[in-house]
Unconditional design. Structure first.
Length: 165
């Protein structure tokens, strides 16, 4: 066993909450249920707890991401993946314990991330989670979280910006 992985029987890092092996993705794609939206596709599959899993992490939901080059260049793909991980972290408590999920980003995911930021990605993911049987209700998120402000900004900070309002 490698140093630093004393408690991990399977060699995975405990607590990351991610799908990393091809076989894990295949299991979710082949046996899970899919729920499609305009910019994202969500696959969910309840995982059976195995004897090798640590008790503390047996019920945690895990996320796998598939963001192809159709979404954009490396910078765009990494931004979409980061926003999807943040959105999943906020919404994963709605999933039944021990659920594996794979989110596939479609071409429009980059535009959604650019246009609406975290709030838009979280909203799209929340809509897909609402389609999953056994999922709890969505939390109410303030409209300003993760969304750029639509208010006009004064460049010089003088009263000219206030007169326009």
């Amino acid at each position: 066993m490698l140093p630093g992985r004393a408690g991990s029987v399977s060699g995975q890092r405990p607590g990351r909450g991610r799908l990393s092996r091809s076989a894990e993705f295949d299991r979710v794609f082949r046996h899970g249920r899919s729920h499609a939206g305009r910019d994202l596709v969500l696959y969910v599959f309840p995982r059976e707890s195995s004897a090798g899993q640590a008790e503390a992490h047996a019920g945690a939901s895990r996320l796998g991401l598939s963001v192809s080059r159709k979404v954009g260049g490396a910078v765009d793909r990494n931004r979409v993946k980061r926003l999807l991980r943040e959105a999943f972290a906020a919404e994963s408590s709605r999933l039944p314990p021990g659920t594996d999920a794979v989110v596939v980003a479609r071409r429009g995911a980059r535009e959604l991330a650019e246009r609406e930021g975290l709030a838009g990605v979280r909203g799209a993911l929340s809509e897909l989670l609402a389609k999953v049987p056994g999922v709890g209700p969505a939390e109410v998120v303030p409209a300003s979280v993760g969304k750029p402000s639509d208010a006009p900004r004064s460049v010089s900070g003088d009263a000219a910006g206030e007169a326009a309002a």
